[in-house]
Design a protein around this ligand. Structure first.
Ligand code: APR
Length: 355
């Protein structure tokens, strides 16, 4: 199942367990520790008193008491001392031990804050990399819905160079909505995106209506890059068959062509198994734009084939949407890491791939 970045207050999340960035005493503190204790109420502190503290990198479990989540996994992150005192390994073990504890208890959903990135001073972009790395490693062979909860924008940092490169790429490609709208209105090609799938992991979560998507079907696909892999040779018969194939049929064909297993593909796409099974069993299934793109990324399709696959789902990439431009940036740069793309999309306040 997927990793989801979400901007929220972790004390309001409704999961099997939330993770607390505690201190070795486990007797509460500031930051997320203080927020969790306040929301849980006195029962949490009473139980913490019986645990005898917690070593850095380790994890201990309590009930959730007044929290909407059933349990709290308390873990103690390292204090940043410049990076030469084994801080990274200790931070990794916070995620590993917390995830192992959740798996052992059969939890299906768990929410993490960005451990050590606050009072403990761990550089935010490095803390994010450790968190995403450990969680995605765990998800390659475990089924769990994992939220990485970002409480305030400033605590979320992707690498500065990447951020600046993407900003420059957006500035270069972005066409304002108005002019783009005129062109697509003439061609009468306006597709209304479907409602976002229902998804409410915490009180008050809004189901957001996806914005109408302007599709410029006329945009010629850019010539394949000089070093692009030659498109697979297709017989006329196969070609005619492919014209009529549905999104689902194209997806399954491309999984075979890439020599991937279904599981490899949907995990790489950050898509959960149940959604993949729905797509596999319904040849006319119409995925959301973010789902269709997540599979194109997982299959590492060049831009032209990505547009073909997107069109099967009734969408296209357009330069009047930052989301589309950021996806194009990563494909053009040959970076198909769906989690790195999601970090960038999250940093630019865009929808995420997959989930
Ligand atoms: N929900 C989600 N995330 C939150 C919340 C919240 N309600 N409040 C804070 N955060 C985020 C911070 O923005 C930061 O990104 O949690 C991350 C971790 O910050 P801290 O809570 O300061 O934790 P940490 O850096 O691990 O330091 C732990 O601080 O609170 C004390 O007792 C704690 O001594 C321990 C130390």
């Amino acid at each position: 199942m997927p990793l989801i970045f979400i901007r929220a207050d972790i004390t309001k999340m409704r999961c099997d367990a939330i993770v607390n960035a505690a201190n070795p005493s486990l007797l509460g503190g500031g930051g997320v520790d203080g927020a969790i204790h306040r929301a849980a109420g006195g029962g949490l502190l009473e139980e913490c008193r019986t645990l005898g503290g917690c070593k850095t990198g380790e994890a201990k479990l309590t009930k959730g008491y007044g929290l909407p989540s059933g349990f709290v996994i308390h873990t103690v992150g390292p204090i940043w001392e410049g990076g030469t005192n084994g801080e990274e390994e200790l931070l990794r073990s916070c995620y590993r031990n917390s995830l192992a504890m959740a798996k052992e208890r059969g939890f299906e959903s768990v929410a993490f804050p960005l451990i050590s990135s606050g009072a403990y001073g761990y550089p935010k972009d490095r803390a994010l990399k450790v968190a995403v790395g450990e969680i995605t490693d765990f998800l390659t062979d475990s089924d769990m819905l994992v939220y990485l909860v970002i409480y305030d924008g400033k605590s979320f940092r992707i690498g500065e160079k990447l951020y600046n490169d993407i900003t420059a790429y957006i500035d270069d490609k972005y066409t304002d909505e108005h002019s783009f709208y005129d062109r697509s209105r003439e061609e009468g090609r306006l597709f209304k995106a479907r409602k976002a799938r229902p998804f409410a992991p915490f009180e008050g979560a809004e189901l957001d209506e996806a914005a109408p998507v302007l599709c410029d079907m006329g945009a010629a696909a850019p010539a394949p890059a000089a070093n692009a892999a030659p498109a697979p040779k297709t017989s006329l018969d196969d070609y005619l068959k492919q014209i009529d194939e549905s999104f689902s049929e194209m997806l399954l064909r491309k999984i075979d062509e890439k020599g991937m297993t279904d599981a490899e593909c949907y995990k790489k796409a950050n898509i959960d198994r149940k959604l993949f099974s729905k797509i596999r069993s319904d040849r006319l299934y119409k995925p959301s734009k973010t789902t269709a793109l997540a599979f194109a990324i997982a299959l590492e399709l060049p831009l032209a084939e990505t547009k073909d696959m997107l069109m099967k789902a009734g969408f296209a990439l357009s330069h009047s949407h930052k989301f589309d431009i950021i996806i194009e940036y990563f494909i053009t740069n040959g970076n198909y890491d769906v989690f790195e793309i999601n970090e960038a999309l999250f940093a630019f306040d865009q929808a995420l791939l997959g989930v």
